[in-house]
Design a protein around this ligand. Structure first.
Ligand code: ADP
Ligand code: NA
Length: 332
């Protein structure tokens, strides 16, 4: 009943980081090139659930657009746009606030992590973030959402919201969307702490590789990445309780499109003192062309704005009739 359609989004905060690239953007490009209809969003309404300086938000929005395009997204093949420019996201988000139950929302671990100890000070938007995310996805009758591991719970909530809406109103209107969490880089870990995921919003810049970092910075961050004193084993099982070592092997595998076992086989018996420079060279070779292209695109902000406006027009053309039907179903 539902034509295959892919949707995903990234928050325009700080700089795009390697985890976003390997876990999300690189896979967005693969899906675009598989011929399926693809819609990729810059989710600025999500970004403002925590404080953003207005000038930073505007810069990060354009920079993320540049990052998408520099990574291989084609604004003619995919729909690329900024969430706030398509008002239907917020409108359907409200409907879903009235579908989702407090009990479901209270179980969201990302809210607990992001709100921290002083939950009373978190914005209401941060709490209802997952209902807006469900709206982002279901507004396009999306069937597949490529995301990193950290979004799994929000995708389950999206399915629950679709099912409850369909059931409450006795319709088969919203699809039960499939998360696509695949590959070796679904959870790239912090370079400083093997128990935390790499994130744009981590206070430590050394914890991540930004897509805008220059070659020296990339090499320095990899050199200083936390590891243990043991050499690389000859089998992947030898990394089972070495999360930092495993993370660097996974990054190497994802960048070189090899399996982690093939990487371990190649470097078996080598120290991290040898592996890290090889990883740095590989990372620079893969990432520098993207950073350079982002730089070039950022020279012309008016062109980026034009591309995003074109994408918003195309997104709106799909979203508007779906919101209109939703309102009819609800009785509005
Ligand atoms: P961040 O946590 O860096 O601010 P977002 O919340 O904007 O990232 O997530 C954008 C996309 O990148 C999502 O699909 C998310 O699952 C993915 N992602 C974020 N961090 C990682 C990571 N460390 N490894 C793999 N994928 C990630
Ligand atoms: Na995230």
């Amino acid at each position: 009943k539902f034509t295959p359609r892919v949707f995903s989004g990234i928050q325009p905060t700080n700089h795009l980081q390697l985890g976003n690239y390997l876990g999300a953007v690189k896979r967005f490009v693969e899906m675009q090139n598989s011929g399926i209809e693809t819609i990729y969003c810059i989710v600025d309404l999500h970004a403002i659930t925590v404080w953003q300086e207005p000038a930073d938000l505007q810069r990060a929005t354009r920079e993320l657009a540049a990052g998408y395009i520099a990574s291989g997204l084609d604004p003619e093949k995919s729909i690329l746009f900024n969430q706030s420019q398509v008002a239907e996201h917020a409108q359907l988000g409200w409907i879903f606030n009235c579908v989702a139950r407090m009990g479901w929302m209270n179980r969201m671990t990302q809210f607990k992590d992001k709100a921290g100890k002083d939950r009373e000070k978190a914005s209401v938007g941060l709490f209802s973030y997952p209902t807006l995310m469900a709206a982002d996805i279901l507004l396009y009758h999306t069937t597949h959402v490529p995301v990193g591991e950290d979004q799994k719970q929000h995708l389950e909530l999206t399915r629950d919201i679709a099912a409850k809406f369909n059931n409450d109103f006795g319709v088969d209107f919203f699809p039960i969307t499939e998360p696509v969490i695949e590959g070796v880089a679904t959870r790239v870990m912090s370079l400083r702490d093997g128990s935390k995921k790499m994130s744009k919003s981590d206070p430590s810049d050394m914890s991540r590789i930004n897509m805008t970092d220059d070659a020296d910075t990339i090499a320095k961050k990899i050199r200083k990445a936390k590891t243990d004193p043991d050499p690389l084993p000859d089998h992947l099982d030898g990394l089972a309780d070495r999360p930092e070592a495993r993370n660097l092997v996974n990054i190497y595998a994802a960048l070189s499109e090899a399996t982690p076992q093939a990487v371990v086989t190649q470097f078996a018996g080598k120290q991290f003192g040898d592996f890290k420079p090889a990883l740095a060279d590989l990372a620079v070779a893969k990432l520098a062309p993207i950073a350079n292209e982002m730089d070039r695109l950022m020279q012309d902000p008016a062109e980026i704005d034009r591309i995003l406006a074109h994408g918003a027009t195309r997104a709106h053309a799909i979203a508007a009739p779906i919101l209109e039907k939703t309102y009819k179903i609800v009785g509005m």
